[in-house]
Design a protein around this ligand. Structure first.
Ligand SMILES: [Zn+2]
Length: 271
């Protein structure tokens, strides 16, 4: 066990030393990136189709599904505006956005690399209104733009498969690769979901607040939303979303500090 751990540390540090990092275009933080982003997007397309075949999307004509598409489309426009403004439009090249609501009592939401977004109906009582939903979707889209699932997948691949590449794991252990992918994105499944690290959460909050503001939603809505999430964590079935996105006073205070920057981008709808 000890030997395995030291081998893992060696391969992780080797991975960190040789090239395999991604620099977040918004925050400048460097994160581990061992997996080719094209492969991440291919896996995303496959796992997204597989997920929707098992989790029926709510009819596109329902009011809630329309709201999810409307909020998502406006945030995607906000993302484009923002990435253009910082000269990073190439980051979202090839994004093919889709926004689906699925009937599922769990309180959860995620965005895969490449722009496939799913909101679970169980989170709507917590988002409560369109701006609350924009906070959640902006945050999830922030994780995707920041390549956090690639970072999480890279860490898990290094831990479980050492220096093997994703291609070799995909051909020898395809279901293991799929499980790691789903856990990294926050879809759950057999491995459950991985908790996002504090620095990833903070990055997704910062980007999400800006994206929501550019989409015409008041970023201040993040405070009451996270307060509702924190209150729900005391119930007998805490929201799934909290297992991946811990909510506490530190996070809410961090968001308070991010709000002045986000408010600079806020243009209320219709103005
Ligand atoms: Zn998060």
């Amino acid at each position: 066990m000890k030997r395995n751990l030291s081998l893992t540390l060696v391969s992780l540090s080797a991975a960190l030393t040789f090239s395999s990092c991604y620099t977040n275009p918004v925050t400048g933080r460097r994160g581990l990136s061992l997996v080719d982003e094209t492969q991440m997007r291919q896996m995303a397309d496959q796992q997204y189709v597989a997920f929707l075949s098992e989790n029926r999307p709510v009819s596109a004509s329902s009011r809630d599904a329309e709201m999810v598409k409307r909020v998502g489309t406006r945030i995607a426009n906000g993302v484009r505006t923002y990435m253009n403004s910082i000269g990073q439009q190439a980051e979202i090249n090839g994004y093919q956005w889709e926004f689906n609501l699925v009937n599922n009592n769990e309180a959860n939401a995620w965005c895969m690399p490449g722009g496939k977004v799913v909101v679970y109906s169980g989170i709507l009582p917590l988002t409560q209104n369109e701006a609350g939903l924009a906070i959640v979707m902006g945050h999830e889209i922030g994780h995707a733009i920041a390549h956090h699932s690639n970072e999480r997948m890279s860490q898990q691949m290094a831990l479980q498969f050492g220096s093997q590449t994703l291609s070799s794991v995909l051909s020898s252990r395809p279901s293991a690769a799929a499980n790691i992918f789903n856990a990294a994105v926050g879809v759950g499944g057999q491995l459950g979901s991985l908790k996002f690290a504090r620095n990833q959460e903070s990055e997704a909050d910062r980007m999400g607040l800006i994206f929501a503001a550019l989409a015409g939603y008041n970023p201040n809505e993040a405070i009451p939303f996270w307060q509702r999430m924190a209150a729900a964590s005391g119930g007998n079935k805490p929201p799934e979303f909290l297992s991946t996105h811990p909510s506490d006073e530190t996070r809410i205070n961090n968001i308070r500090q991010l709000l002045p920057e986000a408010m600079k981008y806020y243009r209320p709808q219709g103005k």
